[in-house]
Design a protein around this ligand. Structure first.
Ligand code: THU
Length: 130
């Protein structure tokens, strides 16, 4: 299964009764395995989690800590870009050259690297040397 197919499939399971905006995400880990996640909302709105966060959590739960490719899909007019928090979450586990494909269920897609999505990322290096 392709990363896009995995993201499209898991999107069907999204729990989005408040926004009605279902999102699916899939990450490929360094081992080549695919992990997927969907957004899971909550009546206490800030407690909801994004699709990307779910996919990353699945990867880490399986014992892996490096992602090499990401795909996000939603039913939107144009491809949806990951939120700021998810950009930081991806940066925790992926290098700057990681390609992120953003797709719509209608077939549009665009690609960007993690470094371009999160320029000036806060990293562990900022906490060293002082
Ligand atoms: N959402 C994601 O899951 N990923 C994104 O990249 C953008 C936004 C979710 C969060 C919330 O459940 C819904 O989409 C509307 O913001």
């Amino acid at each position: 299964m392709s990363l896009l197919d995995a993201a499209r499939a898991v999107r069907e399971n999204a729990y989005a009764p408040y926004s009605h905006f279902k999102v699916g995400a899939a990450v490929r880990s360094a081992s080549g395995e695919i992990y997927s996640g969907c957004n899971v909302e909550n009546v206490a709105y800030p407690e909801g989690t994004c699709a990307e966060a779910g996919a990353i959590a699945a990867m880490v739960a399986a014992g892996e800590s490096e992602l090499v490719e990401v795909c996000v899909i939603a039913d939107a007019a144009t491809p949806v870009t990951p939120c700021g928090g998810c950009r930081q979450k991806m940066a925790e586990f992926g290098r700057g050259n990681v390609p992120i494909t953003m797709a719509t269920v209608d077939g549009a897609s665009t690609e960007i690297t993690l470094a371009d999505l999160l320029p000036g990322a806060f990293t562990a290096a900022h906490m060293e040397g002082k």
